[in-house]
Design a protein around this ligand. Structure first.
Ligand code: HEM
Length: 667
């Protein structure tokens, strides 16, 4: 130690004080210069930033529509900008290349979410799925959600629910609209999106119990709370301001409301399961979560708080986004008579009028409808800034150094209106999504990312699209739409930065002209199959004295005996057949006709309680089953479809159509 000391001291003639006076300041100066050079080099590698104000940083540059303000800033400062919002460095990405870097090339390091204040209160310190940091619990929750609720097989299995809810919506509009009144579609669309989710998540939320309505207010409040500005999220030391202004109290109240509702739902499911009342075929998402919780491997993950947080995510993530899309779609269609006429022509042409409704099989052919939904999502992505992300490691993109912990906002709205990628980007032109090579929203075309992309892509995409397509097709199939005299639709959006931001059109109140196909009561005169109707109904002596409801019951009774006989007929054919494939197909046909009979019986029950919408939906379902039999024969070219089966199929379809047309007179 002593031998090294002199090396650190100046050579002997210079006294120590002189060293301190001359050499130390010089060294400090050099060090400062070096640091400044280094800093300049580092900031030089950072994305450009608009000028900031002290303390607030770039906050003052965000208006009430942050996606628009950020878009305007990006046009001046470039597609990658580094803003400082309060004390939070925030990278704003406004180009497809930047989005590709964030959500594909470096997806993993950008896959986390910032810890936001309201989420901490609403989720009670636990993690949900949508706002969870990247990590094991997020991964497992996402797997559970994607597999047990939102996989394409699951989504297909909700078909009947969708069909029923669309039927209900159509009936509701029918009952409210008249040539002289207008209908507030916002409320109707909101209920539609909400009720579908309620039924899928917990079949127990049925309309009769009124549970679905109880959830509407908390869902709305949840979106408002997540969309609010919290001082503490941007100025961590000023978090007390949120307490002072009551924001935290409001979040706590909302949390309590959710707890009361969800605890009740969970308790009911547990009671049902304890009594052994939960049928395996009838399991809803809450049942699934509770049974997964039984597995010791999931104990730590699926705590009661986490289960509730996940349910809150699903309710709120799925409701607002879908209803807003439907609302924008109708608003745009009403504003564009050309597009509306083309869509109605396609939908009405493809959907067989005999069934009185559009079914899911027919949607595949409705390419214009699909293009319209894409175009609506392009112009009005319900989450225009996606959900905020947070960078987990230092990362370099497009030559810029982005430090760890930077918050990241992808401006999907700006990207999907960028004129260098979209011709006439502000115009509503669904045709741009037609034809080979058209873009899709599945996260591969970074010019169009309404559902995000990469690991955090929206898991509810197929769920949402299935409901939207069926709803929109039926809305334009059943009604003609126009605005009350002289009204215009204004399409606005409001929301706040970095949270669940939804678009809310400005009171898009639409007007419906009554459908062109009302049938006069108590007569077959205007049904599609007049002769068949008269001869079938006439075969029942009660028909002479029956009123409209009685006639619909008679039509369904006759359809039931057709379905029952055809089921036995197919079973007999199967019994006598020797070819194994033929036997299998005929047995399947027997089952399908038995299903049809069952659906018709349900429709009778619904009729007896005057639940005409349900009766309608069940008869529509019954009309569908025989198709399956024909398709099975068609899929096996070796097998001939027996002529007697074809005749019976046609009869059943006609009977169902007549029943549907008569039920339409009831509502
Ligand atoms: C038109 C309808 C919808 C749109 C446009 C939409 C859009 C989005 C977007 C942009 C994100 C963030 C993606 C990202 O960070 O890259 C997201 C996340 C999410 N969405 Fe959707 N969504 C829709 C419907 C739904 C539905 C119906 C559900 C559930 C039933 C749902 C559940 C979720 C969940 C749980 C997340 C969080 C995923 C995660 O962080 O891992 N969404 N959605």
């Amino acid at each position: 130690m002593s031998s090294s000391m002199p090396l650190l001291l100046p050579p002997s003639p210079l006294p120590t004080t002189l060293f301190i006076i001359l050499v130390l300041p010089l060294s400090l100066l050099l060090l400062r210069l070096a640091l400044r050079r280094n800093l300049r080099a580092r900031t030089h590698d950072m994305p450009p930033s608009p000028p900031k104000l002290p303390f607030v940083g770039n906050f003052h540059q965000l208006g009430s529509l942050p996606h628009r303000s950020l878009h305007a800033l990006s046009q001046k400062h470039g597609p990658l900008m580094l803003l400082r919002l309060g004390q939070v460095p925030t990278l704003v990405v406004s180009s497809p290349d930047g989005a590709r870097d964030v959500m594909r090339n470096h997806d993993q390091v950008f896959a986390s979410r910032p810890a936001l204040k309201p989420a901490k209160v609403l989720f009670d310190g636990t993690t949900d799925l949508a706002l969870a940091p990247y990590g094991d619990s997020w991964r497992q929750l996402r797997k559970i959600c994607a597999f047990h609720l939102l996989s394409s097989i699951r989504v297909q299995s909700y078909r009947l629910i969708r069909q029923e809810e669309v039927g209900f919506m159509i009936r509701k509009i029918s009952s409210q609209a008249s040539p002289t009144t207008s209908v507030d579609m916002s409320e109707i669309f909101y209920s539609f999106a909400n009720d579908i989710l309620c039924r899928v998540v917990s079949g127990k939320f049925n309309r009769e119990e009124g549970r679905n309505v109880l959830f509407r207010e908390p869902i709305r409040e949840f979106s408002v709370l997540l969309g609010k500005f919290y001082v503490g999220d941007y100025f961590p030391r000023l978090g007390w301001v949120d307490v002072l202004f009551g924001s935290m109290e409001r979040a706590k109240k909302s949390k309590k409301r959710w707890d009361d509702l969800l605890d009740g739902v969970i308790q009911e499911h547990e009671d049902r399961s304890a009594k052994g009342d939960d049928d395996d075929d009838d399991k809803d998402f809450v049942d699934v979560l509770l049974s997964l919780r039984e597995d010791p491997a999931n104990h730590a993950l699926l705590t009661p708080q986490t289960v509730k947080a996940l349910l809150m995510d699903i309710f709120s993530g799925g409701t607002e986004t879908s209803y807003v899309t439907l609302e924008y779609a109708m608003a745009e269609l009403v504003r564009s008579p050309r597009v509306m006429a083309k869509l109605q022509h396609q939908v009405r042409g493809i959907a067989s009028r005999r069934k009185g409704t559009v079914t899911e099989e027919e949607l595949d052919e409705m390419v214009y409808l699909k293009a319209i939904i894409k175009e609506v999502l392009r112009l009005y992505p319900p989450a225009p800034l996606l959900l905020p992300r947070e960078l987990m490691e230092d990362c370099q993109i497009q030559g810029y150094n982005i430090p760890k912990k930077t918050r990241v906002i992808v401006n999907a709205w700006a990207i999907s209106r960028d004129p260098s990628h979209w011709e006439a980007p502000d115009e509503f032109k669904p045709e741009r999504f037609m034809g080979d090579g058209a873009m899709d929203f599945k996260g591969n075309d970074f010019e169009f990312i309404p559902f995000g992309a990469g690991r955090r892509i929206c898991p509810g995409m197929s769920f949402a699209i299935a409901s939207l397509e069926l709803a929109l097709a039926n809305l334009v199939y059943h009604f003609d739409w126009e605005l009350p005299g002289g009204m215009t639709v204004h399409i606005l959006r409001r929301g706040r930065l970095g949270k669940v931001v939804v678009g809310i059109p400005d009171k898009a109140v639409l007007f419906r002209r009554p459908d062109q196909i009302p049938l006069p009561a108590k007569t077959c005169n205007e049904t599609t199959y007049y002769d068949f109707c008269v001869s079938s109904l006439g075969s029942d002596p009660h028909s002479r004295k029956a009123d409209v409801k009685g006639l619909s019951t008679i039509a369904i009774d006759i359809a039931i005996s057709n379905a029952t006989n055809t089921s036995s007929f197919a079973a007999d054919l199967a019994h006598n057949a020797t070819d194994a494939s033929l036997v299998a197909v005929l047995r399947a046909c027997a089952t399908k006709y038995a299903n049809a009979r069952e659906a018709l019986q349900w429709s009778l029950e619904a009729l007896s309680t005057e639940a005409y919408d349900y009766a309608f939906v069940h008869v529509s379902a019954a009309a569908e089953y025989p198709n399956v039999c024909r398709v099975l024969f068609r899929q096996n070219p070796r097998l001939a479809y027996p002529a007697a089966m074809a005749r019976r199929e046609e009869d059943l379809e006609h009977l169902c159509t007549i029943a549907l047309e008569i039920i339409s007179l009831l509502g």
